[in-house]
Design a protein around this ligand. Structure first.
Ligand code: 13P
Length: 256
């Protein structure tokens, strides 16, 4: 990778840990190892910990993210959190369309609304796409294109520099490293995503959107995924709750 470029290393804590004390402990560990990094490190804790975590000083290479949001600015929407409320807590990035939310019934139309609301609030959506399984006939490729079409439906070229795509094949999430994608196979999918974006926005603009990978990333496979897979970063679940492993992954990314 070109030395002037940096990788995104993003931790998605999902619904973990169980309590505030543990959350602050993990965050302090990550904060310590995120000083003066070439990679852009982003931590996405559950909403309830954001306020505490966002109160201290953050190293320049570390940013805060959230795991979801609602698409309205304010109003009678019990239980929802708006992009404006997140921005007020120094959140910069927001995961949208994670497969675990899609599995709970979140549909492409809703995901598209969330992306537009985030961009209007000057936040950066991390748009998750990914097939449940791969078939020999390559139907999963059409599925990915369809998820991309909905997600980017109303994204204008001026907003493109704020958008990140995270390719997270559902079959590779929460598994062992052996079951994660191979570098070769990932590279093909990264090309497909970049081609879609180039068709929609032109080569230069389309290719500039970072494409990340998520699904059973660990210090053991991170290098292959970044180097051979040509991913521009990683969206990490379980291993982002262990500051030591997470820091090892940042080390690897910084050394490429
Ligand atoms: P794991 O890294 O635990 O497989 O989770 C991946 C993921 O879903 C990140 O958003």
């Amino acid at each position: 990778m070109d030395k002037s470029k940096s990788y995104y290393i993003i931790g998605n804590w999902k619904m973990n840990p169980d309590n505030r004390k543990e959350a602050l402990k993990i965050f302090e560990g990550i904060k310590k190892s995120s000083q003066r990094r070439r990679s852009k490190v982003v931590v996405c804790p559950p909403f309830v910990y954001l306020s505490d975590i966002s109160s201290g000083r953050l190293p320049k290479s570390l940013s805060l993210g959230a795991q979801d949001c609602f698409w309205k600015e304010s109003g009678s929407f019990t239980g929802e959190i708006s992009p404006t409320q997140l921005a007020d807590l120094r959140v910069e990035y927001v995961i949208v369309g994670h497969s675990e939310r899609r599995a709970m019934g979140e549909e492409d139309e809703v995901i598209s609304k969330k992306i537009n609301a985030l961009l209007s609030a000057d936040l950066k959506p991390i748009i998750c796409i990914g097939e449940s399984r791969r078939d020999k006939d390559g139907e999963y490729l059409q599925f990915l294109e369809s998820q991309l079409s909905f997600a980017f439906d109303e994204v204008t070229p001026v907003h493109l520099d704020k958008v990140i795509v995270a390719y997270e094949p559902v079959w590779a999430i929460g598994k062992t490293e052996e079951e994660a994608i191979t570098g070769h196979s990932l590279h093909e999918t990264v090309i497909l995503i970049k081609r879609f974006l180039a068709r929609k926005y032109g080569k230069e603009r389309g290719f500039s959107v970072p494409v990340l990978y998520g699904g059973s990333v660990s210090p053991r496979n991170a290098e292959e995924i970044l180097k051979e897979g040509n991913a521009e970063g990683l969206l990490i679940g379980r291993e982002s709750l262990d500051p030591k492993s997470f820091s090892e992954i940042i080390d690897l990314a910084d050394s490429i």
